[in-house]
Design a protein around this ligand. Structure first.
Ligand SMILES: NC(=O)c1ccc[n+]([C@@H]2O[C@H](COP(=O)([O-])OP(=O)(O)OC[C@H]3O[C@@H](n4cnc5c(N)ncnc54)[C@H](OP(=O)(O)O)[C@@H]3O)[C@@H](O)[C@H]2O)c1
Length: 244
């Protein structure tokens, strides 16, 4: 497939590497331009492109930029073919993104992001630590394979996205439509907790919409004050404890 990725940070760059290694034609763009992507694309078959060109012939466009900047991507997604599939990896962190009133009062994050870009989005790869994405992918059928949730309103598009998630090393659980995607936002038990399919299904059904934002903020505080080490193992273990 032709895959365009907007955002070349922790998540976008690793998705580019994995999807390219899986045989897809990957174009990667950031805000600064293709010259700044040399370190990522050299020695790979990933194409570094200008952000205005990233979506033009894409079957799938993955948006992997800070949540509050999603509106900036609207013009880029307008360049995509009519039948392209759009994926959102973003999460709302008010400490980084500023307070966004509609999200604060409960609009699911990717519903808000969809409105910013005027495209239907599938939410995926948001509930995995970047280090987990980099280190912990395994082949389908591997005992204990980590699963990640995804959600969206288009069943056919979700099927495509689930296949792509598997190609990056992870099982999937379909968490339903986008309106229900609050079940795997930051601070929920399904968010960055490294669970198997069965464990993830239970975590999704145990999500508490009211508690997740305060869990998220308490987790961020524990990381910033050094109570939790910034290692994959410590962060995933702490998320499991503090996200109930
Ligand atoms: N880090 C994690 O563990 C993790 C896990 C799951 C989901 N997420 C979410 O996924 C998203 C990306 O996370 P990240 O850690 O990869 O972020 P990051 O390292 O900060 O990278 C963000 C990327 O977005 C690009 N960008 C920003 N505005 C843009 C625009 N208008 N047009 C094109 N590119 C733009 C930046 O470009 P420049 O490089 O030119 O600045 C940068 O490459 C965030 O919403 C985050 O919350 C993160």
């Amino acid at each position: 497939m032709n895959i365009g990725i907007i955002g070349s940070g922790n998540i976008g760059a690793e998705l580019a590497r994995k999807l390219s290694a899986a045989g897809h034609m990957v174009k990667l763009a950031n805000s600064r331009g293709p010259d700044t992507l040399k370190d990522i694309v050299d020695g790979t078959s990933i194409s570094a492109v200008a952000k205005e060109d990233v979506a033009t012939d894409a079957d799938v466009v993955i948006l992997s930029i800070p949540f509050a900047r999603n509106a900036e991507a609207a013009a880029l997604l307008a360049n995509a073919p009519a039948n392209a599939i759009f994926v959102d990896t973003s999460n709302y962190y008010p400490q980084r993104d500023g307070r966004i009133a509609e999200v604060e009062i409960g609009k699911p994050e990717t519903v808000w992001a969809s409105e910013q870009v005027s495209r239907p989005l599938i939410k995926a790869w948001n509930a995995i630590l970047s280090q987990t994405l980099i280190e912990a992918g395994t082949a389908p059928g591997t005992q204990g394979r980590i699963a990640i949730p995804f959600a969206g309103d288009d069943l056919a598009a979700k099927h495509v996205v689930a296949e792509l998630v598997s190609a990056t090393g992870f099982d999937t659980v379909d968490a339903g439509d986008l309106a229900g995607s609050w079940r795997f936002q930051p601070g929920s038990p399904a968010y960055c907790t490294e669970l198997t399919i069965q464990e993830l299904e239970a975590a999704l059904s145990n999500a508490n919409r009211d508690r997740s934002p305060s869990n998220r903020d308490a987790i961020m505080k524990a990381i910033s004050d050094g109570t939790v080490a910034m290692t994959r193992a410590a962060m995933a273990a702490n998320n499991r404890v503090m996200s109930n």
